[in-house]
Design a protein around this ligand. Structure first.
Ligand SMILES: [Zn+2]
Ligand SMILES: [Zn+2]
Length: 246
């Protein structure tokens, strides 16, 4: 009987890997060894453009460059619509499953990308989800991630932006690039414009693709007088090969 209780206890309380859901020992940090190794491999994948490892590369999409981004870093690349890899699974989990252990792990990783680039004066914020998506999943993954990054970096977290209702994702898929860009313009509202003035802002998002959303957030923050805006994300996606990153 005692053995049965032990087994039951183990089943209930032994943590599962936040990525592949296999059971693992308690000493793990939410990620099993196999996923951890696969993740490290992806972090070390080369950027086709600058030849640096993904987690060191500072190449950024045009939309970030044009909106005055002073520094952009990500943990890894993954191909949009491509095969599943561990980073893609992490992003999927972060968006839909509210996995706190995984969020903490990724926040630690993001905070470690360029620790000197984040000072005690940096204010960490995020690109908010649309009200429709927030309602569907019940939380904002970028907000949670930003809070954890602020905690890991020893700096302040603040919400600067709110998102208006925009076209649904299913509708957005039918839009071409310039229509999507037009759709994202005016999508954000500043919550407290005065508090942005003179701040070094670190903007967090889960995934950056064309950078149109994050670029719009940057333009709002600079418009309200931010001193600098840097950006970090879990991943940057690319269409077919990294040479064609826009
Ligand atoms: Zn795993
Ligand atoms: Zn690069």
């Amino acid at each position: 009987m005692a053995r049965l209780i032990d087994l039951f206890h183990d089943y209930l309380f032994v943590p599962k890997c936040a990525v592949c859901r296999t059971r693992m020992d308690r000493s793990g940090n939410g990620i099993c060894e196999r996923c951890r190794f696969a993740y490290e491999d992806l972090k070390a994948e080369y950027c086709d453009f600058c030849g640096m490892e993904a987690s060191v590369c500072t190449c950024m999409p045009q939309n970030l460059l044009m909106n005055g981004c002073t520094d952009y870093r990500k943990l890894a690349f993954y191909k949009n619509g491509g095969e599943t890899n561990v980073v893609r699974s992490m992003v999927y989990g972060v968006k839909r499953q509210h996995p706190l252990a995984l969020m903490r792990f990724l926040a630690r990783e993001i905070a470690a990308l360029d620790p000197d680039g984040i000072t005690a004066e940096t204010v960490v914020t995020y690109a908010p989800r649309s009200p429709q998506t927030l309602k569907k999943y019940g939380y904002d993954q970028a907000k949670l991630l930003a809070k954890f990054v602020a905690k890991e970096s020893g700096c302040r977290f603040q919400t600067f932006l709110r998102r208006r209702r925009t076209k649904r994702q299913s509708e957005q898929k039918l839009l071409n690039y310039s229509q999507r860009l037009a759709n994202v313009r005016g999508a954000f509202v500043l919550c407290d414009a005065k508090s942005v003035r003179g701040k070094d802002v670190l903007l967090i998002d889960d995934v950056v693709t064309s950078g149109s959303t994050i670029g719009e957030c940057m333009s709002m923050l600079y418009g309200a007088g931010a001193k600098s805006v840097t950006c970090r994300s879990i991943a940057r996606t690319y269409p077919k090969n990294k040479h064609k990153i826009d």
